[in-house]
Write a protein that binds this ligand. Structure first.
Ligand code: GLN
Length: 446
């Protein structure tokens, strides 16, 4: 734990990956573990990790990188945090992120941007920017993030590490500060597939505190790692290799497909015809849910409160105007609009119908195939500052990850190679609860 804290400090001035390093708490916990003795039957006992700052930690400030939550000390732990502690894991810090997980570059943090671990002038991706970059920079070995439309897979891709978004319902959302409740899912970052699987093992499982938590058995996620993939059927959706996807990125992922073939998999092209509507449907559904979820931040119940208040309305308006950043306000306004009487049928309801079509596209492919292979993002990491004034350009970076959240499927991003000295990630998407198969194929490639 002390060595990890030293590693964090060594690179933190460059990286900006942490909002808080919980040095004293972590060392006290490590000493308590030393005193009782490491339990070698628990693979994670005494292992430090970092946790995204939208996951609440008892007695440790949790802000979701928003000014509106500055100073908020949660009185409880997220279920996943309790699960980490139960398996002897040590939380060494809270990682930087796009405010309320809204963003794809890490630049929407109210505190500071995070930098890409490979090139400090590039974005690390987002919104789990600090969780991904800190693992890639060697500050920590493991971390947790959250993925609503790509926020684990895309920064994993930009930083050349392994990021898993599990099936919706696999991991409890209790204590995850809600962005879009029907899409949000906590997941895992690690440098290797096996460690990723081991960490997911710790945080998975039914939780009565989360009404969308699945009552399904948790397999040993790593059990198929090392098995060959002969005869496995892998689909390449042609829409994921189309216009707007960088040619060099495509080439890397197609080369990876060839490698899967050489390992005995059967790789074929398929179609997911409604993919192109994913981004539009997502930004309506996600923003609508966010506008509702973020109503609780009113200047009274949590964190920041504006000064110089005349009356109650003034308190709400000033606290929210000063407390939320630009992107969060944009989503609240978009979401409130699409939910309002008169527009609901044209936007929110329509987006729900599109979502069903996307769900059905995947279901059809999974009647015949075990996995879907595609690039994780259309490009490698882009320059810091280059898209900050163009929200639509930023939203298009999510085009390949969003459909997976709309359908509630598991998806991993693993390194596929490099383009111009930067890592390229590829996605393996599986059937609901088929994380084992994803890890098996990912490890076979690795
Ligand atoms: N970049 C996407 C967005 O801005 C995804 C975010 C996420 O998965 N939390 O909404």
């Amino acid at each position: 734990t002390k060595a990890t804290i030293a590693d964090i400090k060594l690179r933190e001035a460059d990286m900006g990956a942490f909002l808080k390093v919980t040095e004293n708490e972590a060392i006290a916990q490590a000493e308590a573990i030393d005193a009782r003795g490491i339990d070698s039957s628990v693979v994670t006992d005494g292992i430090p990790l970092a946790v995204k700052d939208n996951i609440v930690t008892k007695n440790i400030e949790t802000t979701s990188a928003s000014k509106i939550l500055r100073g908020w000390i949660p009185p409880y732990n997220a279920t996943v945090v309790d699960k980490l502690y139960n398996k002897g894991m040590i939380v060494v810090g809270k990682t930087n992120m796009d405010e309320f997980a809204m963003g794809g570059s890490g630049e929407n943090s109210s505190v500071k941007p995070t930098h890409n671990a490979w090139d400090l002038n590039k974005v690390p991706g987002g919104s789990s920017s600090g969780s991904a970059a800190s693992v890639a920079a060697g500050q920590v070995r493991l971390s947790l993030g959250s993925d609503t439309g790509g926020s684990i897979r895309q920064p994993a891709s930009f930083n050349g590490i392994v990021g898993m978004k599990p099936t919706y319902g696999r991991v409890s959302r209790w204590g995850l500060i809600a962005f879009a409740s029907s899409l949000d899912q906590i997941g895992t970052f690690a440098p290797t597939v096996e460690e990723n699987a081991q960490l997911l093992q710790v945080i998975s499982g039914f939780d009565a505190q989360d009404s969308t938590s699945s009552q399904v058995e948790i397999p040993d996620y790593a059990s198929k790692i090392g098995q060959d993939i002969k005869g496995m059927k892998i689909a390449l959706p042609k829409e994921y290799f189309g216009e707007g996807i960088d040619e060099k990125v495509k080439a890397q992922v197609l080369a990876a497909a060839k490698h899967f073939e050489s390992l005995g998999a059967k790789v074929e092209e398929v179609s997911l015809p409604h993919s192109k509507y994913g981004v539009a449907a997502y930004y309506i559904i996600g923003s609508s849910e966010a506008s509702s979820n973020l109503q609780r931040f009113d200047g009274i119940r949590y964190g920041y409160r504006a000064d110089d208040i005349k009356n109650l309305d003034d308190l709400y308006i000033k606290s929210r105007s000063e407390g939320f950043g630009e992107e969060v306000k944009r989503r609240i306004m978009l979401g409130t609009y699409s939910l309002s009487a008169g527009f609901y049928d044209a936007y929110f309801k329509k987006a729900g119908q599109v979502r069903t079509m996307i769900v059905n596209d995947f279901a059809k492919v999974f009647e015949k195939y075990d996995l879907i292979l595609a690039p994780t993002a259309p490009t490698v990491a882009f320059d810091l500052g280059s898209r900050i004034d163009d929200p639509v350009a930023m939203y298009m970076a999510d085009i390949l990850t969003i459909p997976v959240n709309l359908a509630g499927l598991p998806g991993i991003s693993i390194p596929a190679g490099q383009v111009d000295g930067l890592p390229v990630g590829m996605q393996l998407i599986g059937k609901r609860y088929a994380e084992e198969t994803i890890y098996q194929a990912a490890a076979a490639f690795e």
